[in-house]
Design a protein around this ligand. Structure first.
Ligand SMILES: [Cu+2]
Length: 221
């Protein structure tokens, strides 16, 4: 019951933040420009590889498709396991991030098998930022917002993060089935230009997730 109520609170809070965000990005973050995939899509979200469909606004992947998605993510960018970072080069960067890959700790993001890696992109790159939710269970919807607000994050992190640097994606629902092989999975992407060098964080704004560690550094250099 508590979880359901929190979910409802989060949805209404998200609506408020989205309304404010349009103004905030335009007025205070002129450096983060929309990428080519940006624009008034069917739901007004920035869409890239994963076109908008009905409902929550993303794409449904089968388990084999999730493995292709992960394989792509694991073969682009340069890993430094010791630094827990993935560095991308070039003008066009594709990041295939996963929310809670099976076998990994709760409330984490994965890329290249790393947990909550620091993601480094070049200044000026067109970034295609994709997210796949492989988690399962009530309150296990996830998304990612990019913020300048550093951790630690409180329980209701979205009230604390300030204006997002990129228009936030909607929450991705958890997978359809406990059995990973037969489940369907939500994926979503957006693109933006990384036009202001600096240190940011990608953060899951669902209640309690960031507080429990669901975030990583995002560096533009
Ligand atoms: Cu989350």
């Amino acid at each position: 019951m508590l979880k359901r109520r929190l979910s409802a609170m989060w949805l209404s809070a998200a609506a408020v933040i989205v309304l404010c965000a349009g103004t905030a990005i335009a007025q205070t973050s002129p450096g983060w420009e929309p990428g080519l995939g940006m624009g008034p899509g069917m739901m007004g979200w920035a869409m890239g590889n994963y076109p908008v469909s009905a409902g929550w606004g993303g794409k449904i992947l089968s388990y084999p498709e999730t493995q292709s998605y992960i394989q792509y993510g694991n073969t682009h960018g340069t890993v430094d396991a010791k630094a827990n970072s993935v560095t991308f080069e070039g003008d066009n960067v594709v990041i295939n991030l996963v929310a809670v890959q099976p076998g990994y700790k709760d409330q984490t993001f994965e890329l290249h098998g790393l947990t909550n890696p620091t993601i480094i992109v070049p200044h000026g790159a067109n970034v295609q930022f994709n997210l796949l939710n492989m988690d399962y269970g009530d309150n296990m919807e996830h998304t990612a917002v990019i913020t300048t607000t550093p951790p630690p994050y409180p329980y209701m992190s979205m009230m604390y993060l300030g204006p997002p640097q990129v228009q936030p994606m909607p929450e991705l629902p958890w997978r359809s089935d406990d059995d990973v092989k037969t489940a369907q999975y939500a994926a979503l992407g957006e693109s933006f230009i990384a036009s202001v060098p600096g240190k940011y964080w990608y953060v899951c704004p669902a209640p309690q997730h960031a507080q429990e560690g669901m975030y990583g550094k995002f560096i533009v250099r």
